[in-house]
Ligand binder design. Structure first.
Ligand code: AMP
Ligand code: MG
Length: 342
């Protein structure tokens, strides 16, 4: 069984091929030019996907030594994401399925992330606690099986990755913020500024917009404006902000471990590449004797391997789709699995 996976939900064009349950190729082309604009420009993203997708598919087929007519299943991200970007990958996948007369499976991008730990050699064990932290989402979930996902909490304002990106922009480090803040924070070993951690009404929810405002107030009070921050103080601000985000995330994971029975913890999404977050969860997992699975960087960020993997699972569970299936930019956090059960 040869599966072709396509991911174009935001600023990564990615194509993967799974052959006989083994990942053969996972190619990712990142649209780095968005950094010049301080964030992802949707129209430019769609155009870049359009240009790169076909060559990337050809490249993935040749790297996997598989010809197009040997592909048995075509999967693509249907949402959530930027509508124009999603439509490029989804329309391409459906057209290919139509012309090759092969089945097509649309995949929820967040579900792709949730099960991305299964791309690793050490896999999560059900039931597992899953922390999804990306540029657009922050979710704490209990994953009981391939089709049973319980949502414990979500962000009531900014996503964790979005907070990294906004604060990075605020202190002049640019986009994408996560890696830049992490890298400058690494050199700082001294006292941290005590930025607040929000308490939400629902105990497993998250909130990061107050933290962003606290960083802004700190800058205004101490320096007047961001332009006047001495370069020597940037590591302290970055490290303090990063520590607060990590603390907010880890606190909720700890509460959930204490409350619910889980065998493993899985940290997924772009922010899962954050070393401090990984280290803190490692300590927590060790303390509670749980297995921790963090996908490698290749599978943390947006990638088609997780889409192909999830699409294959859904196909094997007997789901069938027609080619009318459309892109859903705002596929709600509450709709895991359901939209595909039709
Ligand atoms: P995704 O939405 O899954 O593509 O992930 C992209 C998000 O992850 C962006 O908001 C990045 O700033 C964030 N990110 C990537 N690497 C890191 C890191 N090392 N630390 C924190 N955030 C990161
Ligand atoms: Mg993502």
């Amino acid at each position: 069984m040869n599966v072709l996976g396509i991911e174009t939900s935001c600023d990564e064009t990615s194509v993967a091929i799974i052959s006989d349950n083994e990942l053969k190729t996972n190619l990712i082309s990142s649209q780095d030019f968005h950094k010049d604009f301080g964030g992802v420009v949707p129209e430019l993203s769609s155009r870049a996907h359009l240009q790169i997708l076909m060559p990337l598919i050809k490249n993935a087929l040749s790297k996997s030594n598989i010809s197009l007519d040997k592909i048995d299943l075509i999967t693509a991200t249907a949402g959530p994401g930027l509508i124009g970007a999603l439509l490029v990958g989804l329309t391409f996948a459906k057209s290919l399925a139509y012309s090759l007369k092969k089945p097509f499976i649309p995949v929820n991008h967040i579900e792709g992330h949730i099960f991305s730990g299964f791309l690793m050699t050490e896999k999560p064990e059900f039931p597992y606690l899953c922390l999804v932290v990306s540029g657009g989402h922050t979710l704490l979930l209990i994953v009981k099986s391939d089709t049973d996902i319980q949502k414990l909490g979500t962000t009531i304002d900014d996503a964790a990755g979005e907070a990294f990106d906004k604060v990075s922009k605020l202190i002049g480090l640019g986009y994408p913020g996560g890696p830049k803040i992490q890298s400058i924070a690494e050199s700082y070993q001294s006292d941290l500024i005590n930025f607040p951690i929000a308490q939400c009404k629902k105990e497993f929810d998250f909130s990061f917009s107050g933290l962003k405002t606290a960083v802004l107030r700190h800058i205004q009070k101490n320096y007047g404006s961001s332009e006047q921050i001495p370069a020597g103080d940037l590591p302290m601000i970055a490290a303090s902000f990063q520590a607060s985000v990590v603390k907010a995330l880890v606190n909720n994971v700890r509460k959930a471990i204490e409350r619910f029975h889980v065998s493993s913890i899985s940290l997924v999404g772009g922010v899962a590449a954050n070393k401090l977050l990984g280290n803190e969860l490692e300590l927590l997992a060790h303390k509670f004797n749980k297995k921790l699975v963090i996908p490698s960087n290749e599978f943390c960020g947006d990638n088609a391997a997780m889409i192909a993997y999830r699409g294959l699972k859904l196909f094997n569970s007997g789901l069938k789709y027609n080619l009318d299936y459309n892109a859903y930019p705002g596929l709600s956090d509450n709709t895991f699995i359901k939209p595909f059960l039709q």
